[in-house]
Design a protein around this ligand. Structure first.
Ligand code: PHE
Length: 591
């Protein structure tokens, strides 16, 4: 049979059409009608099927379900009178229901556009637009509920913008010419139906769409549901107020005898057995849903006299079993349901390196561009490399500065990366030494800004004629490459046992531009115009000697700065270092 011509793809607003009957078949009490062309939308892509009537001179066919099967639109329903092949008929859809479905469908797409606008990383991967009263768009990844207002604002703005929504069918040539990006490879001989919202790029779509964003009823995002790493954004629409429908009168109740009740049960059981043409969903809807026929009958048990209710209950249970077994049979024999192959595919989630790892790499490459070689020395260290050899004698008060974890008198968990200085001198034996030692360090501390484990990067440059201007130059180079071209450093005198002279290196604050105040108020980020990067200085001759290097021939500088510290400085975070170590995806996914 020739494929049905899908007029609803060309014009979603057409409510009736003249057509010719191609085929009509009967299974049980139900009929299936195929027309040469139709405006009836088949259930697919999350949008429910249209309902309506197909009328000819000799009969009337009430359409209660529509499906697409191998290019053919199958209208299912009941027949009054006769309808024959070749006959001319008028097909009319229930416009109110269709318009509501279009509203829901277009609204879903607009939410998709809004979320993509928030971050192009999110992909709409599934959607329900009214089937089983479900309305949601599912996105890959985690979308924090706090974005609700941002998405809502976007939707609101879009509606007010009066954006045209253009549905069109494009050929491969056009796709190429217009540079349309599709999430699948378009085929040569099958044009693709796409829809574009305002200026946004077209997306594939095979449903019915409104013509303008200002037509969409107000969208309310109701709830964010998270499962399997995805986020479902549920929504509802607020249709314009219409006249209240007159209340239907409750039918007057009269007692039902057990025999009558049994008759009703039998009748329903028969109907269920013959009802084979229904899709699984329609079957559930008709019999097992809240408003389904089983529930209606179950409710009427109240009208059976109390003495017979037990027996009536048993009959109901049997009927339930019949429904279940029939539903299972249907599920077994049910043909593969039509699905929209033009829907975007599921994009696998991609991970990325943690912010700390990213920063280590960045620091490594900034120093590599100056010829520094990346090293990583041990975290469990003897007292010599960690302190004694760095000119900190056993009883020296400088030992109190660092809250060190000791394994024994002689073995520590390193509280700084300066042990790498002696290790590198021993390793290379002869300058030039240009080392950037990045590693973990440990201190007995825990607060919002201090963690017991953190990372340091230790620079060491030893060569002939190295002086302080080299330290200033390298520090500035780092500040400008990591923090930004307009940043600069200053040196503040300080004391370390292993350097002489020693300094704290500060970087000017970019919030207050180094002034320490904004509009007459103290700058909240730096308080003084400068942010402390960490310690540095000219390597002490004793340390060079301890490393086996002649201090009369060579000189050098060293610095030791914190990875977490520079991350916090760069992002102007002042009080939540701990986030760097949690598994909160909302934080981690920002990287
Ligand atoms: N080791 C010092 C600290 O952890 C930093 C430092 C390294 C100072 C190198 C001078 C030279 O605070």
């Amino acid at each position: 049979m020739k494929s049905t011509k899908l007029i609803y793809l060309e014009d979603s607003y057409q409510t009736n059409i003249e057509a010719t009957v191609v085929n009509i078949t009967k299974i049980g009490k139900k009929y299936s009608v195929i027309l040469d062309q139709t405006i009836f939308y088949p259930q697919s892509g999350g949008q429910p099927a249209d309902t309506g009537v197909i009328e000819g001179e000799t009969g009337k066919f009430i359409v209660d379900h529509v499906k697409l099967d191998d290019g053919l639109i199958i209208h299912q329903g009941t027949l009054e009178g006769t309808v024959e092949p070749q006959q001319k008929v008028t097909a009319t859809i229930d416009w109110n229901a269709r318009y509501k479905n279009m509203q829901t469908h277009t609204a879903g797409h607009l939410i998709d556009e809004a979320v993509k606008n928030l971050s192009p990383e999110f992909q709409g991967i599934d959607g329900m637009h009214g089937i089983n009263n479900q309305q949601y768009i599912e996105f890959n990844g985690f979308i924090n509920e706090s974005y609700k207002s941002e998405i809502t604002d976007y939707l609101q703005k879009n509606k007010n913008l009066d954006q045209p929504i253009i549905s069109e069918t494009v050929t491969l040539a056009e796709i190429k010419k217009r540079g349309i990006l599709l999430p699948f490879e378009p085929s040569k001989n099958k044009p693709v139906r796409v829809v574009s919202f305002g200026d946004n790029p077209p997306v594939p779509d095979a449903g019915t769409q409104l013509k303008n964003s200002n037509e969409v009823w107000p969208i309310l995002l109701t709830d964010f549901e998270y499962q399997d790493g995805n986020t479902r954004i549920h929504y509802t629409l607020t249709p314009p107020a219409k006249k209240e429908l007159p209340e239907t009168k409750e039918a007057t109740t009269k007692d039902t005898s057990l025999a009558e009740f049994q008759q009703q049960i039998d009748a329903l059981a028969n109907e269920i057995k013959q009802d084979e043409v229904l899709s699984n969903e329609a079957f559930q809807q008709k019999y097992s849903s809240k408003k389904g026929k089983f529930n209606q009958l179950a409710k009427s048990i109240k009208s059976v006299s109390p003495k017979d209710r037990g027996t009536a209950g048993k009959l109901l249970n049997q009927l339930k079993l019949t429904i279940n077994s029939q539903a299972n049979k249907q599920a077994d024999t049910k043909k593969q349901e039509w699905f929209d192959v033009t829907l975007p595919g599921i994009k696998p989630q991609l991970g990325h390196a943690h912010l700390i790892s990213q920063t280590i790499k960045e620091v490594e490459s900034i120093f590599a561009s100056l010829g520094f070689v990346r090293r990583r020395y041990q975290e469990i260290e003897t007292d010599w490399y960690y302190a004694e050899g760095l000119n900190i004698p056993k009883d020296h008060p400088a030992r109190d500065d660092q809250e060190t974890f000791y394994f024994s008198d002689n073995v520590v968990l390193t509280a700084h990366t300066s042990n790498g200085q002696l290790r590198e001198m021993e390793f290379l034996k002869e300058p030039p030494i240009k080392m950037i030692n990045i590693g973990k360090t440990y201190r007995r501390q825990a607060s919002n800004t201090h963690s017991p484990m953190f990372h340091q990067f230790e620079g060491l440059l030893v060569d002939k004629n190295i002086n302080m201007s080299h330290l200033v130059g390298v520090s500035n180079y780092f500040a400008q490459h990591y923090f930004g071209p307009d940043r600069e450093i200053r040196l503040r005198p300080h004391h370390f046992q292993f350097t002489e002279p020693s300094f704290e290196v500060d970087i000017n604050c970019n919030v207050c531009k180094g002034t320490g105040s904004i509009h007459g108020h103290k700058c909240k980020v730096c308080k003084s115009g400068w942010l402390e990067l960490g310690g540095a200085g000219m390597v002490h001759p004793t340390v060079l000697k301890n490393g086996g290097i002649d201090p009369n021939k060579y000189s050098g500088f060293a610095f030791g700065w914190g990875i977490e510290r520079i991350i916090m400085m760069k992002h102007q975070v002042t009080d939540n270092l701990r986030q760097l170590y949690t598994d909160d995806l909302r934080f981690l996914q920002q990287g």
